[in-house]
Design a protein around this ligand. Structure first.
Ligand SMILES: [Zn+2]
Length: 255
């Protein structure tokens, strides 16, 4: 596992992963500078403001918001393949987001795959040849349904990829330092619920790792931002840190 804080380039609106992303892929995530989730808005002016900020965010990265695809994110494990006709879904409102999807994969260029998160992990996938990408929204419910494994598996199956050549970037999310849960979680994740001084903590990172490795992804090809949203609440929204409605964008696009 590579810890990449040094490879994260701070921009005006967030972070972009430099190495080991090479020439044909751009990926990264926003910070708490602005909330990009339409569901937090209550009036037309809010929606216009969110659209405008999304436009600025994408323009700053030379990406097309009108071609981007946002997921509905229902905390399940459906992985959708993205075609040209899907471009623009969820870009300017929540209603048109890609229905029931928590993950998306594509080989289309100029089609940013996007998700919104506060504590759930954004997982960004790309193939070593840099012609296939994916994104997955991985909270505890999605991981319980196998989202990390299923995204990797679908990339392998649809695009005939060698799993040993898939790379994954794990963005900011709630880490085991801050993810206190009830003892019930031992039933769901017996190997990844840690107990400490009578309290229980969930390790989403290790669950993600074990699913990726089950899908054939090599540990050396998993790149962790090592950023905890709650520990770094001054930089990121955190649902557990009381940011109930605000969300950051994570994105990946083939240039
Ligand atoms: Zn933490």
């Amino acid at each position: 596992m590579i810890k990449v804080k040094k490879n994260l380039l701070r921009t005006d609106f967030g972070y972009v992963l430099e190495a080991p992303c090479a020439n044909n892929i751009i990926c990264g995530f926003s910070t708490r500078e602005f909330n990009y989730d339409f569901r937090a808005g209550s009036c037309k002016r809010d929606y216009q403001e969110i659209s405008r900020k999304r436009e600025n965010f994408f323009e700053s990265l030379s990406l097309n918001l009108q071609n981007s695809v946002f997921l509905e994110q229902v905390h399940e494990a459906q992985v959708k393949r993205i075609y040209k006709a899907d471009r623009g879904m969820g870009a300017y409102d929540y209603k048109s987001s890609l229905a029931k999807a928590d993950a998306a994969i594509t080989s289309l260029k100029d089609t940013p795959l996007c998700l919104l998160s506060a504590d759930c992990f954004p997982l960004i996938f790309w193939y070593a040849r840099e012609d296939i990408i994916g994104i997955a929204h991985a909270g505890w419910r999605g991981l319980r349904a196998g989202i990390a494994f299923k995204t990797a598996q679908k990339i392998n199956r649809i695009y005939k990829c060698e799993p040993g050549k898939i790379r994954v970037f794990i963005g900011p999310g709630l880490r085991s330092c801050c993810y206190e849960v009830s003892s019930n979680f031992k039933q769901y994740f017996p190997n990844h619920t840690l107990s400490y001084k009578g309290r229980f903590y969930l390790d989403l990172l290790k669950i993600t790792f074990s699913q990726l490795s089950e899908a054939g992804i090599l540990k050396k090809n998993i790149i962790d931002s090592a950023l905890c949203t709650k520990c770094n609440n001054s930089d990121f929204f955190s649902f557990r840190g009381q940011d109930k409605k605000q969300r950051m964008i994570s994105f990946v696009s083939l240039k």
